[in-house]
Design a protein around this ligand. Structure first.
Ligand SMILES: [Fe+2]
Ligand SMILES: [Fe+2]
Length: 276
């Protein structure tokens, strides 16, 4: 079994300072193998904000995989955004914009969807899709494959396609046989569902997981939260951990269970599988 804690949209600089220590302490109780942080570590990509984020991340248990969000480039000043881009993120958080982690049970890849000229929206390039496919094709088929981006490839049906990664459907069409779980942030809402609800035309059994904001004051009508994801082939249990206004009691927990075994059937023609 592998346990991933998925946090997102910490937004240091626009964070609720009261939330930081309870968040860290709560994550520690789950003792994750890996923490995935899906971007928007800061509000305006200031050095001070990144240093606060760095200090927080350094105190988390387990391995760490981080991708940047649209707020990790200067957000309010277009000239500074053009000039600075992700430089402070790369200097203080990580220079690696395509992080990858693999062990005996999971392979997890991060892809940067933030773009200088798209202040809010996100995008994935052909080259990024190719690199991802290459990486996931090279891992043993029984590993659960997880993609982490800031911008979402899926959302509940009431959201329009323009809220998604640009050309999300085309990219998913190419990645569907390789990816089991897609983790994202950006919307500050919490969600988990099979991508087949929105993308019925795809044959994918992949599951999309959206983390709410873990620490930001920029809540969108929803309490601060994060996800605890337990992967025990072929089941994935996704829990949403959130807390009340006083940040004292962790009050809600939701459980989803998905069967990702059918992805193996899609890849069976291409990859030799051991008998079960
Ligand atoms: Fe955000
Ligand atoms: Fe964002």
């Amino acid at each position: 079994m592998r346990r991933i804690v998925h946090i997102s949209d910490l937004h240091f600089g626009a964070h609720d300072h009261r939330a930081i220590e309870p968040l860290r302490a709560s994550i520690a109780t789950y003792n994750p193998h890996l923490v995935a942080c899906s971007g928007d570590l800061t509000m305006n990509a200031e050095g001070r904000e990144f240093r606060q984020a760095r200090e927080f991340l350094d105190r988390l248990p387990g391995a760490l995989l981080v991708v940047p969000g649209n707020h990790d480039m200067p957000f309010f000043n277009p000239l500074r955004r053009l000039w600075t881009r992700l430089n402070l993120y790369k200097k203080i958080i990580t220079p690696d914009l395509a992080p990858f982690f693999q062990d005996e049970e999971i392979a997890i890849a991060g892809v940067n969807t933030a773009r200088v000229l798209r202040v809010r929206g996100g995008s994935i390039s052909d080259a990024q899709v190719e690199e991802l496919l290459e990486r996931f094709h090279s891992v043993p088929p029984r590993l659960t494959r997880i993609l982490v981006t800031h911008h979402p490839f899926d959302l509940p049906e009431e959201f329009r396609a323009r809220e998604l990664v640009k050309e999300a459907k085309a990219a998913l069409g190419r990645m569907q046989c390789c990816v089991d779980l897609l983790l994202a942030g950006h919307m500050h809402i919490s969600h988990a569902a099979p991508i087949a609800i929105r993308y019925a035309a795809l044959e994918s059994k992949a599951v999309f997981v959206q983390a709410g904001t873990a620490a930001s004051i920029r809540e969108r009508g929803e309490a601060k939260s994060y996800k605890v994801i337990d992967i025990e082939w072929p089941a994935v249990k996704i829990r949403r951990i959130c807390w009340d206004e006083e940040l004292e009691i962790f009050t809600q927990e939701k459980v989803f269970t998905f069967d990702i075994a059918e992805r193996l059937e899609h890849t069976a023609g291409r990859v030799e599988l051991d008998a079960p």
